[in-house]
Design a binder for this molecule. Structure first.
Ligand code: NAD
Ligand code: AHE
Ligand code: ZN
Length: 380
């Protein structure tokens, strides 16, 4: 048993004291886990665009000071009373989409959203309404129920899943958001059928993962749409058959018209992975009349709204969205890890940059450049 069990641990964390300021790497006190909580030594974390979005101050749920990070993996250090799903020494992935298996949502069979901890999670506290983090004598808020930008973090037991350590936490962390979100959107949420035509708007980590899922499901045509020409090579490497740069189509043609023309009436499935509400409209309107489905994945800032002519829906197009790809973390992530170990799911290929924890702010800098798919942070 670790000699830290039941004690407060002082370690390093990257604290977001205020919006739009660099994260401050400093000492944080991490309290022991309470009932149905798990304290984890975070070994690796990815940095996702959503961390940047919340840091920018545009997230209505963003609260400060807090510890961001939601794409992390590590090892269980200790558990609180009543925890039976994981034990000290287990390798785990943090889940910002919890899975309690008991609530109305979990039992519905219709969604991966879970109601058990979501309300307190959105307020930046643990399910009992309090925080496990202290710094400079103040309570520090949690983020997305995960706060993986700390060397130790405390999660609800329903917010983590044990997986084999054979994958390595530098890879498994990416299954905590970007890769699972895109792959799941294609395979679990849309259930892309063999031979179908799809368009993916935004070929970042999420978009490339959709392309990987669509290829696995044998989509006939996979069109990647991105403003950055460098993404063409990336998209083709993951299985795209076509690439469209909206800046390079004729100026008098709307992007959705261009795509409808090139696909004999429109796409069977389209996916927004940009968070841009104009792109979301183009994605919906690029769908085939009668059956095309458009799936919103990108996160848009507070105050942004989507619009289209209702006639687009009257004539059979479907507009929906998904979180974490529709994947149930505790039930389905171990299977994705197995797929990786069998060589059927790419993960290493997404890692373009690596930094140590003391350079976590650089991960935010490289994310803004066009050549980063994922930057993995070594938290040890
Ligand atoms: P990313 O920045 O790596 O990729 C976005 C891509 O979109 C880039 O290649 C960029 O060049 C392209 N792009 C930007 N504006 C565009 C435009 N107008 N037209 C075409 N292409 C454009 O981001 P990511 O990590 O792949 O995440 C994508 C989005 O998904 C973000 O908004 C993120 O917050 C969101 N997200 C949502 C979920 C979820 O569960 N719903 C999970 C993870 C990420
Ligand atoms: N807090 C934001 C919404 C952010 C959002 O949409 N989050 C996605 C995950 S993004 C991961 O990179 C999500 O899962 N949403 C569902 C949920 O329950 O949070 C806002 O606008 O209020
Ligand atoms: Zn994310």
């Amino acid at each position: 048993m670790s000699d830290t069990v039941g004690k407060t641990i002082t370690c390093k964390a990257a604290i977001a004291w205020a919006p739009n300021e660099p994260l401050s790497i400093e000492d944080v006190q991490v309290l022991p886990p309470r009932a149905h909580e798990v304290r984890i030594k975070v070994l690796h974390t990815g940095v996702c665009h959503t961390d940047q979005y919340t840091l920018s101050g545009k997230d209505p749920e963003g609260a400060f000071p807090s510890i961001l990070g939601h794409e992390g993996a590590g090892i269980v250090e200790s558990i609180g009373d009543g925890v039976t799903s994981v034990k000290p020494g287990d390798y785990v992935i943090a889940l910002y989409t919890a899975e309690c298996k008991e609530c109305k949502f979990c039992r519905s069979g219709k969604t991966n959203l879970c109601g058990k901890v979501r309300e307190t999670q959105g307020k930046g506290v643990m399910p009992d309404g309090t925080s496990r983090f202290r710094a400079r004598g103040k309570d520090i808020l949690h983020f997305m129920g995960t706060s993986t930008f700390s060397q130790y973090t405390v999660l609800a037991d329903v917010s983590c899943v044990a997986v084999t350590d054979r994958i390595g936490t530098d890879k498994s962390c990416l299954l905590g958001c970007g890769i699972t979100t895109g792959y799941g959107a294609a395979v679990v949420s849309a259930k892309v059928e063999e031979g179908s035509t799809i368009a993916v708007f935004g070929a970042g980590c999420v978009g490339l993962s959709i392309i990987m899922g669509a290829k696995k499901n044998k989509a006939g045509r996979i069109i990647a749409v991105d403003l950055n020409d460098n993404k063409e090579g990336w998209a083709r490497k993951f299985g795209a058959t076509d690439f469209v740069n909206p800046l390079k189509i004729p100026r008098n043609v709307l992007l959705q018209e261009y795509l409808v023309n090139m696909t004999d009436g429109g796409c069977d499935y389209t996916f927004d992975c940009t968070g841009n509400v104009s792109v979301m409209r183009a994605a919906l309107e690029a769908c085939h009349k009668g059956w095309g489905e458009s799936i919103v994945i990108g996160v848009a800032a507070a105050g942004q709204e989507i619009t289209t002519r209702p006639f687009q829906l009257v004539t059979g197009r479907v507009w929906r969205g998904c979180a974490f790809g529709g994947v149930k973390g505790r039930t389905q992530l171990p299977g994705l890890v197995d797929d990786y170990l069998r060589g059927e799911l790419k993960v290493d290929e997404f890692i373009t940059h690596r930094v140590s924890m003391d350079r976590l702010n650089e991960a935010f800098d490289v994310m803004k450049q066009g050549d980063c798919i994922r930057c993995v942070v070594d938290m040890s």
